[in-house]
Ligand binder design. Sequence first.
Ligand code: AMP
Ligand code: MG
Length: 399
Amino acid sequence: MVTLEEAQRILNAHVKQTEGTKECSLSEALGRRIGEDLAARTDQPPFPRSPLDGYAVRAGDIRGACAQNPAVLNVAGELPAGVPAVQSLGPGQAVRIMTGAPIPEGTDAVIRQEDTDYGEEKVQIYRSVKPCENICFQGEDYRAGTHIIRNGERMDAVNIALAAGMGYERVRVRKKPAVAVLTTGSELQEPGRPLRPGAVYDSNRYLVEARLREWGITPFYAGRIEDDAGKAAGCLARISKEADLIITTGGVSVGKMDIMHDVIERLGAERLFWRVKLKPGSPAMASVYEGAVIISLSGNPFGAAAGMELLVRPALYHMTGDSALAPVRQQAVMENGFPKKSGSRRFVRAVWASGMVRVPEGSHSSGSLSSMKGCNCLIDIPAGNEGLCKGDSVWIILL
Ligand code: AMP
Ligand code: MG
């Protein structure tokens, strides 16, 4: 038996850090971590432009203008967005300019059209402007050459838009680890058909796959295998060639049909540990086969769920360096009690909000999942605890 921290250290020492990048389209990069620095290829905006519809003017030409004494300028033309500013303006001239159009040479400010008579050949201007007023300067967002996105950052909507604004159509993203999922148990049945006598629906497959997806990993499902060590060993031998990490559930306890021990022996895999000093999911096992690390979790739905958080997530964090997977451990105050004694270290599902943590009603057995609905943390209860009371300070791990 190892402690949780020992188990985590052993896993970290054996999992491979995922290396390499691949190219993909900007849309495909959403949610992924970028594998390169992205520098601006041009200034943004690339040219000085107007932030509003109005007239580009020389501020000096309309000094002192007001409604009673408007300045009058000749309108030399019109500049919509998307065309180059070819004209250069002389004194006494203005250009009708639209939002996003480049500021023409010779002008140094823009007057809002609402402060004019909207004139087409001549325009009356009812207000003065300061030089540079109403001009977006070239590079005011960022300058060419600036590293706007750094290697390793997550490509969220804003980063995707920034990359597009810098002209990137394709980017390099970091590769993700190849993670396989295998569920074992002769009683398991795929949802969708009425249960045969003695069977239960396989919920672990969906729990493990869904949690991996929530962590940004696309798992491949290797299948569901009955309690047959030969078949399970055959399956693991096949998938270990493609997988960096294999997660199995079921068959790790001490019963006659707990096949994973036999499976490891048949494969000649190296067992890293078996049984972790915690509840639930204490029979968890880890092994290495052909470079793939196999984490075998208890089949009990809450045991498997806790194993995903306590063993798989830290291992994936170590493999990817993805800060989103970094375990978050913090203190909280009990909002209600949890009277159960904990002989060994126990993790209890709970709901954390604003520093307070509440243990939900319902069954807390490792085979029950429904009380985990809405839970966002595990309370880490040390071995030998006599029960938690309202107001107790506890450590929690956020999910
Ligand atoms: P095991 O870890 O194989 O001893 O299984 C412990 C309990 O979890 C048993 O009641 C199993 O029927 C149940 N169980 C095992 N695997 C799954 C699964 N994939 N989905 C739902 N329940 C499971
Ligand atoms: Mg079983």
